[in-house]
Write a protein that binds this ligand. Structure first.
Ligand SMILES: *Cc1c(COP(=O)(O)O)cnc(C)c1O
Length: 360
């Protein structure tokens, strides 16, 4: 027996709640255990008495919550003797698949929509050594191709239709319940394929059944207006949004997510791209937390629903920040055209003048 308290990833921590055996070889990069940060300025700025926490999933090993699912999916793929995994991706799944495949010593094939994935995600996927297939088509087209090819080639699908993905991702809810001592009143997430909202609900309901918490939250899913099938009540064929991680028109967990909405008493809503970017900047500039655009949909939506009273004062809210802001530097820089940045001569007097001019 070792007395080490070294954190070795979510499968080791939650193995009693996950489908692994004692002798399963765990493929882990130390994912999970992400900070739950209580916002200190945003509630004051919106003038409402609410407790808002953000679960900063951007601090996972490859910078998104996809790592929680990928450690399980790749662990099981390897256990089942698979030599290759495959996914369609808007970027983060491909980065995670590539990293865990590298760790396991197997091959990752990723289908990504040409020109529509954020630069950081592409850089990661290349660096981890995945075989990258850029398709002339969007995520939904890629997903269909992946399903078809997996029938004919020896590859394991690691998209969220792989049930082990959701098993891994449910652990985020376990961590939140542990930290808060209970489930929050509301849990807000951005929704693309709707796997993550489904996984969180699994985690919360399991915690509740096991008696770890006596409550479950209302689950609230926010989509980008140009890619909002849950708002339209039907699949969307040409989804468009600056939040490329949720540029999905045919969600794979459609039925499951509707069940989550009904069972939890939550709702879906949509945000314009401009609202998403505004929330991203607000979080960075008033709290010091940089998430990617898709992630900011959770906070932007929550702020709107607190303002309009749909989420009442006195509520405890958790917003999942699904991915790291560094994933998408282009969108960040384009949004900060008016940043306090100037070019000056390399002299003491110019530096000093600039400081005095910019003191607030
Ligand atoms: C994958 C992803 C989402 C969407 O999650 P789903 O499970 O597909 O609903 C949201 N934000 C980011 C950053 C993602 O990578």
């Amino acid at each position: 027996m070792s007395n080490s308290t070294r954190y070795t990833g979510l499968i080791d921590k939650y193995r009693d709640h996950l489908p692994v055996h004692d002798d399963t070889r765990i493929i882990s990069l130390g994912e999970g255990n992400t900070p739950l940060i209580r916002l200190s300025n945003v509630p004051r700025m919106i003038g409402k008495d609410v407790d808002i926490y953000v679960k900063y999933e951007g601090l996972n090993p490859t910078g998104s919550f996809k790592d929680r699912g990928m450690t399980m999916a790749v662990t099981k793929a390897v256990e089942d003797g698979s030599k290759a995994i495959i996914c369609a991706s808007t970027g983060n799944t491909s980065a995670a698949a590539a990293a865990y495949a590298a760790r396991a010593g197997i091959t990752a094939f990723v289908l990504i929509p040409e020109g529509k994935i954020a630069m950081g995600k592409l850089a990661q996927t290349m660096m981890y050594g995945a075989v990258i297939l850029q398709i002339r088509g969007n995520f939904d087209v890629g997903m269909q191709l992946v399903k078809e090819v997996a029938e004919e080639a020896p590859v394991t699908i690691v998209n969220s239709i792989n049930p082990y993905r959701l098993q891994g991702q449910k652990t985020a809810a376990f961590e939140i319940v542990e930290e808060l001592g209970a489930a929050p009143d509301y849990h807000c997430l951005p929704v693309g394929n709707a796997g993550n909202i489904t996984a969180h609900w699994m985690g919360y309901t399991e915690s509740n059944k096991d008696g770890v918490s006596n409550n479950v939250p209302k689950m609230v899913g926010y989509q980008a207006a140009g890619a909002a099938p849950f708002m339209r009540g039907a699949m969307v064929d040409n989804p468009e949004t600056i939040a490329t991680a949720i540029r999905i028109g045919h969600p794979q967990s459609w039925d499951k997510a509707w069940n989550v909405q009904k069972e939890s008493g939550g709702w879906f809503d949509e945000l314009q791209d401009s609202e998403i970017l505004e929330a991203q900047k607000l979080l960075a500039q008033s709290e010091g937390i940089f998430c990617e655009p898709a992630s900011a949909a959770s906070l932007g939506g929550a702020i709107r629903d607190v303002r309009n009273g749909k989420i009442p004062e006195g509520s405890k809210i958790v917003c999942t920040l699904t991915g790291n802001g560094l994933k998408d530097p282009d969108t960040a820089i384009a949004q900060c055209k008016n940043a306090a940045m100037s070019t000056i001569d390399a002299t003491l007097s110019d530096v000093k003048r600039s400081i005095l001019e910019n003191m607030t």
